[in-house]
Ligand binder design. Structure first.
Ligand code: GDP
Ligand code: IMO
Ligand code: MG
Length: 430
């Protein structure tokens, strides 16, 4: 298998995990490269439904190494719960100890990070980002401020003690005087770190340099993204974004490979669109049609349970995601959700409500998004069940027309079509 990166190309929850799990069958090494347990990834396999947050979606296979890469942030108690939940579904602890690896360079989400995330969101009121409150933003802030605690620090008492002496005085001032939150004593931080060390110990790959060299030379790699291009901290709907880089290029940084080591960049798009959290969403349907998409598509968050906002496919943001995300092909999911719609709309331009001007360029200043309305192209629905189609030829003509038009608008090929949540409900297009 060619080294492949799978990323979300909309606002997350596109069905990436289903695609990663499928492609993982042919890969030797599956690595998450960014994000943390803000992600909620569903895989349905062998009649069971699994929810992954930080564990890579290749863990269900025997003999594959699944790595949580350096670009990720880890909240060890959440990871522990996630592993225990998967174990309770029949995957053994020995399997985890053999197959799950963690980069010593990944950053740790401390309790004070979740305290700050919760406080910031509450205090922002109607201006909140709508985060998952998993401490993601504050952990990445400390990473880039160079005051983070990394996995490897947990395993070196001296380094940890020195780091805490440097970090804690300023962090406590920030907690008390900026956020009006309780400060921490050094002893509390040390015992939190000790608890995290025990949780992570079976998985940390201190031999990662040698192992990575071997993988690069002899094995095939699947890079798993979380979130989506439109939530990317640089290219997404800033500031209504996450704090990492879910674009294909993020894989190089977050999993220590060079650009020449990646041959395919698959962008996963839903056949319509959803978003959780705040921020403009130009094709959002705050009406019965949106409600119908939500109920048929089961659009409720895996991590927070929040109802997802739903809307039509936005080809303007999608074309932008292909460009900014560095995508080379498309996996289109949830096409079956559109089975009972007489009409299916696609935004092919935006019209400015104030000036009357139309554009097909994606406006990156999201504060202007409320001024833009979608210009729709209307497609005829197919009004039949496609969830059992196994080949492209079996799809109804109207579904093929819809796919062809999306390909034309995006300028890259749709190589995977998903017509249901199960592994078997997938069409690989030659
Ligand atoms: P991710 O975060 O991108 O991995 O996506 P989520 O797991 O948050 O949400 C995708 C949801 O859609 C999950 O419940 C999947 O089981 C489901 N799903 C994935 N592909 C399809 C599909 O083609 N059709 C339908 N009906 N459901 C799908
Ligand atoms: P997966 O991997 C959908 C959204 C949050 C919020 C913004 C910032 O399942 O696609 P954060 O907690 O990251 O600081 O929140 O990003 N968000 C997601 N939305 N799917 C996700 O992950 C998300 N992870 C974060 O709702 O708007
Ligand atoms: Mg999700």
């Amino acid at each position: 298998m060619k080294n492949t990166v799978v990323v979300g190309a909309q606002f997350g929850d596109e069905g990436k995990a289903k695609i990663t799990d499928l492609l993982a069958y042919e890969a030797d090494f599956i690595t998450r490269f960014q994000g943390g347990s803000n992600a909620g990834h569903t895989v349905i396999a062998n009649g069971k439904k699994y929810a992954f947050h930080l564990v890579p979606s290749g863990i269900l296979y025997e003999n594959k190494i699944c790595m949580i890469g350096a670009g990720c942030v880890i909240k060890p108690d959440d990871l522990k719960k996630e592993i225990e939940d998967i174990i309770s579904q029949g995957i053994t602890r020995e399997h985890f100890e053999k197959c799950l690896k963690i980069s010593p360079l990944a950053h740790i989400t401390m309790k004070y990070h979740t305290d700050i995330d919760g406080y910031s969101e509450n205090s922002l009121g109607k201006n909140k980002i709508g985060t998952t409150k998993k401490g993601i933003g504050p952990t990445y802030t400390d990473k880039y401020r160079r005051t983070g605690i990394r996995v490897e620090d947990l395993f070196n008492k001296e380094t940890l003690s020195k780091k805490i002496d440097i970090i804690l005085p300023a962090k406590n001032k920030e907690l008390e005087f900026v956020y009006n939150l309780k400060p921490y004593a050094k002893e509390e931080i040390l015992s939190e770190c000790e608890e995290y060390r025990k949780i992570l110990a079976p998985y940390v790959d201190f031999n990662w340099q040698e192992n990575l060299l071997n993988i690069k030379n002899n094995k095939s790699i699947l890079f798993e993204g979380a979130q989506g291009v439109m939530l990317d901290v640089d290219y997404g709907t800033y500031p209504y974004v996450t704090s990492s880089n879910p674009i294909a290029g993020g894989a190089g940084v977050g999993a220590s490979v060079g650009p020449m080591s990646i041959q395919r960049a698959i962008g996963v798009f839903k056949a319509y669109m959803t978003r959780v959290g705040e921020g403009a969403f130009i094709t959002e349907l705050d009406n019965e049609t949106g409600e119908k998409l939500r109920s048929i598509g089961g659009e409720f968050g895996v991590t927070t349970g929040r109802a997802r906002r739903c809307g039509w496919f936005d080809a303007i943001s999608a074309k932008y995601a292909v460009l900014a995300g560095g995508l080379s092909e498309v996996a289109l999911t949830k096409l079956d959700v559109l089975d009972t719609f007489d009409e299916i709309k696609v935004a092919i331009a935006y019209k400015n409500k104030v000036t009357g001007k139309t554009t097909t360029q994606y406006p990156t200043d999201v504060f202007t998004h409320y001024d833009w309305e979608p210009v729709y192209e209307v497609h005829k629905g197919w009004n039949c069940d496609i969830s059992k189609c196994k080949t492209y030829d079996e799809l109804p003509q109207n579904a093929k027309n819809y796919l062809k038009r999306l390909e034309e608008l995006l300028g890259i090929k749709i190589t995977i079509i998903s017509v249901g949540p199960d592994r078997e409900q997938t069409i690989f297009v030659d």
